[in-house]
Design a protein around this ligand. Structure first.
Ligand SMILES: *Cc1c(COP(=O)(O)O)cnc(C)c1O
Length: 367
């Protein structure tokens, strides 16, 4: 069996967690502070505020912007439900811009086409491990006086030139079990704005500045030292994790390069990819996307479809005033074409060959 994700820790994590257990400080404490410092450094932001998951990271990022009811957050329709749920939980209206077939992300022109007079926030989602065109999106936000919140749950450390994912406006990251860096559940918010960072710290702790001195109606968004302890050794290893994922992705793309009807993922010029997922498009292969997934599963190769439908295309979101649907033809096409293949750092060289060769054979119709 070659699963699409494997969670495996080393002795370093065991030692860090044991230290926290023995210290008696298991809730938010020095390990969380250390994680915040080191994570901010790593992504190139001035501040990082750890929270209890990636969804609350998004909610907190929107909440500190003090939006009015009816204000719109413009995001990708090709994302996980958390992106949309967070916008709604924060009391804003969600609307959408189409994604590019090249990098699966929203672009400055697609966002611009969807801007209305109620738009306040541009929220790109850096999908699968590749940062969106933040040079273009930052310029658009500046020109239109809009805020930027980046859903970076899948793209820890991806960069466009010297711009790290999550450093343009407010960046939100997830440390969920399947993400590139994990604490089981966890998240972190990054920003270069000291005032935003300060408000996030107060917001995550019941709105409390000092004991029983409340500055806002807050919440409990805190991460624990037990969780932060699990993340710290992963930060040390992360460059080598990304390098291994990158090597696996390159090899898969070599094997699949000349398979008709399979489009391998591209790394945009000037950007880095951290390969949260390695995602191909099945355009006109000998089998359909769903047949390919089924055939791979039958051979013990875990392949995943992220995502089988547009984020708003579920009954629970239909007919809501705070979900404003627009036409997104590229995204509609992608939900039928994409499939993600195992690319993680725990694959052996033989695993990578087998995944590539089996996908190639099945897609060619030679089983
Ligand atoms: C995982 C994920 C989230 C939510 O993170 P959680 O830690 O699971 O709450 C948000 N957006 C995207 C794109 C994700 O992949």
């Amino acid at each position: 069996m070659i699963p699409i994700t494997v969670v495996r820790f080393g002795e370093e994590e065991e030692r860090e967690v044991l230290e926290v257990l023995r210290s008696g400080t298991i809730a938010q404490g020095p390990k969380v502070a250390e994680l915040e410092r080191r994570f901010a450094d790593y992504v190139g932001a001035e501040h990082a505020v750890a929270v209890n998951n990636g969804t609350t990271a998004l909610i907190a990022a929107i909440e500190v912007l003090d939006l009015e009811p009816g204000d719109e957050v413009l995001t990708s329709p090709f994302t996980f439900a958390a992106t949309l749920n967070a916008i709604l939980a924060a009391g804003a209206t969600a609307t959408f811009a189409d994604v590019s077939l090249e990098d699966f992300n929203v672009t400055a022109p697609s966002l611009e086409a969807s801007i209305t007079d109620r738009t306040r926030v541009l929220m790109p989602v850096h999908l699968y491990g590749q940062i969106a065109d933040m040079h273009g999106i930052a310029a658009l936000a500046d020109a239109r006086g809009l805020r930027v919140v980046e859903d970076t749950a899948q793209s820890h450390g991806s960069r466009q030139g010297d711009v790290g994912a999550g450093t343009t406006g407010i960046g939100t990251f997830s440390f969920y079990a399947t993400k590139n860096i994990t604490t089981g559940e966890g998240g972190i918010v990054t920003t270069n704005d000291a005032d935003v960072a300060d408000r996030l710290r107060v917001l995550r702790n019941q709105g409390m500045r000092a004991r029983y001195q409340y500055e806002m109606a807050g919440n409990n968004y805190r991460l624990t030292d037990l969780q932060a302890a699990v993340a710290l050794p992963q930060l040390d290893r992360y460059p080598s994790v990304v390098a291994q994922r990158d090597a696996n992705a390159r090899r898969l793309s070599e094997i699949l390069a000349d398979v008709d009807g399979i489009e391998v993922p591209r790394v945009a010029h000037g950007r880095t990819h951290v390969w949260h997922q390695y995602t191909v498009r099945v355009t006109d292969a000998a089998v359909s996307r769903d047949e390919l997934v089924e055939a791979l599963a039958a051979e013990g190769i875990g392949a995943g479809v992220y995502y089988p439908r547009l984020v708003f295309d579920y009954d629970v979101y239909r007919g809501r005033d705070d979900v404003r649907i627009v036409d997104v033809p590229n995204a509609e096409r992608l939900v039928r074409e994409v499939v993600s293949l195992p690319v993680h750092q725990h694959l052996s060289a033989d695993d990578v060959e087998r995944v590539g060769e089996r996908v190639a054979a099945i897609a060619r119709g030679v089983r």
